[in-house]
Design a protein. Structure first.
Lengths: 117, 112
């Protein structure tokens, strides 16, 4: 058990719809990361938050947005869904590398599997 | 910027054979280096990490990796493959900006 919790585990929805994925990081971790994993694209970094602020952006579509709340949980919002958005979405958390002995390793949740029909 | 290269997308070995998964990183700044494993329908879990202590790092399930600065490599090995080792393996590295960069991953198959 990594200590990172993601809900829901599975989600089936239709094209054009909007969904929200939720992540609770490991206790004490201030950084939350979102990744998308699909067969054709592999593991793609979407976005990182640190203590409520956006810290880094990867290949995140404009239809997608995320935020990190004061209690450090994070949500990834996916809107105007397309068939190609079907994927596993992972949340990960970490401490900041070099701070307090942290080495920057990520702790991953089990993922949310999104199927768009 | 840091980049991580894992050559090939698939490796197949026989049960009991040596496992060697290659990883090269690009940064001139000594990074932290990691190997993660992903079993089917699961998240990624840490196998081992290099943090500038010993260059030979031992991880879980009998895996180990050696940091070679001169070769900018961090190859993963296991002397004897087991059927349960079949999974996808990701190499990752942090650079000067502390951002973790993943390689593309490599799928390990183990033949009986």
């Amino acid at each position: 058990d990594s200590g990172v919790t993601q809900t829901p585990k599975h989600l089936i929805t239709a094209t054009g719809q909007r969904v929200t994925l939720r992540c609770s990081p490991r206790s004490g971790d201030l950084s939350v990361y979102w990744y998308q994993q699909s067969l054709d694209q592999g593991l793609q970094f979407l976005i990182q938050y640190y203590n409520g602020e956006e810290r880094a952006k990867g290949n995140i579509l404009e239809r997608f947005s995320a935020q990190q709340f004061p209690d450090l949980h994070s949500e990834l919002n996916l809107s105007s869904l397309e068939l190609g958005d079907s994927a596993l979405y992972f949340c990960a958390s970490s401490g900041l590398a070099g701070v307090g002995g942290n080495t920057g390793e990520l702790f991953f949740g089990e993922g949310s599997r999104l199927t768009v029909l | 910027a840091q980049s991580v290269t894992q050559l090939g997308s698939h490796v197949s070995v026989s049960e009991g054979a040596l496992v060697l998964l290659r990883c090269n990183y690009s940064s001139s700044v000594p990074p932290y280096l990691f190997w993660y494993v992903q079993y089917p329908n699961q998240g990624l879990q840490l196998l081992l990490k290099y943090t500038s202590a010993a260059t030979l790092v031992k991880g879980i399930n009998g895996f180990e990796a050696e940091f070679k600065k001169s070769e900018t490599s961090f190859h993963l090995t296991k002397p004897s493959a087991h059927m349960s080792d079949a999974a996808e393996y990701f190499c990752a590295a942090t650079g000067a900006n502390s951002k973790l960069t993943f390689g593309k991953g490599i799928t390990l198959s183990v033949r009986p």
